[in-house]
Design a protein around this ligand. Sequence first.
Ligand code: HEM
Length: 409
Amino acid sequence: MTTSAPSARKCPFHVPTELDQDFDILRNPGHTEDPYKALAMALEGKPRIFWSSTNPFSKQPGAWVLTRTEDMRTVLRNPKLFSSAENAGFSKLLGENWSLVPLEMDPPHHGAMRAWVNPLFASSVIPAMEPAIRETCVQLIEEFRSKGHCEFINEFGRPFPVTVILQLMGLPVSELPRFLEWEDELLHSEDMGVKAKAARQIKDYLVEQIADRRQKPRDDLFTKATIAEVGGAPLSEDEVLGFCYLMFVGGLDTVASSLGLHFQYLAEHPELQERLRKDPSLIPQAVEELLRRFSLVVSHRRATEDTELAGVQIKAGDWITIHTPASAIDETLHSDPYTVDIDRPNKAHLTFSFGAHTCLGMHLARRELIIALEEWTQRVPGFRIKPGAPLRTHAGPVYGVDELHLEWN
Ligand code: HEM
């Protein structure tokens, strides 16, 4: 009698066979044309919660994938049961053991760290940053406006938010090309060697910068981390590094990727552009709806105890994927999730996550996206995608657009 060898099974034994599904957490066929459509097709017919054995994040031996916002919220609102330790795992790439601060921290230390860092990015401090953000935005647009065309990602989408965050961190904007290369390799390369090399280069650079701030304090975020006290004690050397590392990688990609996705949509929908041009007071609600439609971060939690989620048995140690792009197309959250309707009264989304780890930079990010739309709609006439030009998108830990050629008259 022959039976299938147990070793042929890739998923852990507590995973029921019907929940072991063929699904790549990072990339589905067609993601370079439309990552959300590709995701929707890959999720078609899949159970509400299922196991994926693909291991793109080094999350051994795979992870549970949640498809419903409701289940993602259940996980996110319970950080004791679902830990954030090693969520991104960059230090593991280097064979080291420090955490991104506060992203990879759990209660109670996470709460104490947020209490220190929240005021630095509170909604009340953003207006003071606005003139510098707007100036950067206008300068970039003016560099290409009279040409009548641009490659949006390289000429605006990336340099705009990256310049803003570098100024906040006190890092030289002249180093932008080097930073972008490191960030691209760390977040988007599929080669673990290339990723690890970029992780090392970023770490070495940040360690140098932190040492410099200890000797010559300035008015910047890095200096603030070196002099901060949390719970009556200074941050450890690893915590300062973990905070600076997160600022560096968290601030570089997410706003840039959102801008790419939002501006691709606007270029394809001149009627929405026109509405915003005529009535700029609608821009904040348009940005919120675009944020909802284009949730883009994929992150992880790890169960600390055996538990149950929507009838599925989860074992202590199991990884769980919080796939916010799946939340963006979740029909149990919004009946018509694909439609961008800036007038929809309920724009609930998980784009900035939920619960204890809700994005620290969300007020800054919203302001950047609003300023970008205000300045573009006032300075650049109706823009569209250049016919015949390459247009490439990507899925991955952060969904986004690689190349977006726009033109206007
Ligand atoms: C549109 C832009 C952005 C999006 C979509 C976004 C999204 C997110 C998401 C989904 C998380 C939670 C991850 C998790 O729960 O595992 C997060 C956390 C975080 N984000 Fe953002 N982010 C954006 C912009 C920024 C910016 C500009 C900064 C820099 C100031 C920033 C700093 C952070 C930090 C420090 C955390 C960790 C918070 C914690 O763990 O308590 N983000 N972000």
